[in-house]
Design a protein around this ligand. Structure first.
Ligand SMILES: [Zn+2]
Ligand SMILES: [Zn+2]
Length: 265
């Protein structure tokens, strides 16, 4: 039925007249048509009106940053962290997390999983603005010393499937809120999709999977900054962010922080 309505609108003899009134008018009209055919719904509860309704925003499982581990970001890990002690770091190839600190805004519960999935796999790009807002709001004041923001690039295959780099969009929105430059610091990952892998396998999969970009222009730009916040959507085991931090130290001992929207715990 949606297809039928769309084709009748697209075939309207008045379409060229609308488009003739200018790109802004055509875009507004396109938005109106899309909104009529596929009304915006909340990613979590499905109620119409916005991509994330006020009720679901209030109900997000925010991590109390005063109780989280300042080193790895694990919720409730301030005094004694079960995620980044010597025992739990075994098998990761790291003695400790390779960054100054890590912060995640919310727990990866059902609501966060829906937000991430709709943003990542269903093309709801507007959710990146909310995710970025919560990331930026969760960062400790001392992170204001960071000089730029970067991200974990999508694989070429994923970027082709989505038509854009979802991680770059999230990082760009976060950088905008923090008033920091976004740098394309890392090259495309050389690892397989690890959604099905366990903790040890993820670290093995991601070991050396990331490296600095080969673009001379981006490298020159990165060289201007002595500290970086790496933004990603989900902290699962940390394998991806560890690999990113390691790569970002390949040419300099710059300071690295990591920030994600959600944290698996
Ligand atoms: Zn909702
Ligand atoms: Zn920790």
């Amino acid at each position: 039925m949606g297809d039928c309505a769309q084709s009748s609108w697209m075939g309207s003899p008045h379409l060229h007249e609308f488009l003739g009134r200018g790109p802004a008018y055509a875009a507004a009209l396109g938005e109106l048509a899309a909104e009529t055919l596929w009304p915006t719904r909340c990613a979590v509860c499905g109620s119409p009106g916005s991509v994330l309704c006020a009720r679901c925003r209030r109900a997000l499982a925010f991590i109390d940053q005063w109780r989280a581990c300042p080193r790895c970001g694990a919720p409730w890990g301030l005094r004694e962290c079960t995620e980044c002690n010597a025992l739990s770091m075994e098998g990761t190839g790291f003695a400790k997390p390779p960054f100054e600190g890590c912060v995640s805004a919310v727990l990866f519960d059902d609501a966060a999983a829906r937000i991430v999935r709709l943003n990542k796999d269903a093309g709801e790009r507007r959710l990146a603005d909310w995710m970025a807002y919560y990331i930026a709001s969760a960062l400790p004041p001392e992170w204001a010393r960071a000089s730029c923001v970067t991200f974990i690039p999508d694989s070429a295959k994923a970027r082709l499937r989505r038509g854009y780099d979802h991680g770059r969009e999230l990082a760009a929105a976060t950088a905008g809120l923090l008033d920091l430059p976004l740098v394309d610091a890392l090259g495309e990952p050389r690892a397989h999709d690890q959604r099905e892998l366990g903790r040890a396998d993820r670290f093995a999969n991601m070991a050396k999977a990331l490296s600095l970009t080969e673009s001379p222009a981006s490298r020159a730009r990165l060289a201007l900054y002595d500290s970086v916040i790496v933004v990603d959507d989900v902290f699962t085991t940390g394998a991806t962010l560890y690999s990113a931090a390691q790569a970002l130290r390949a040419d300099s001992d710059r300071r690295i922080w990591a920030a994600t929207f959600a944290r698996v715990y």
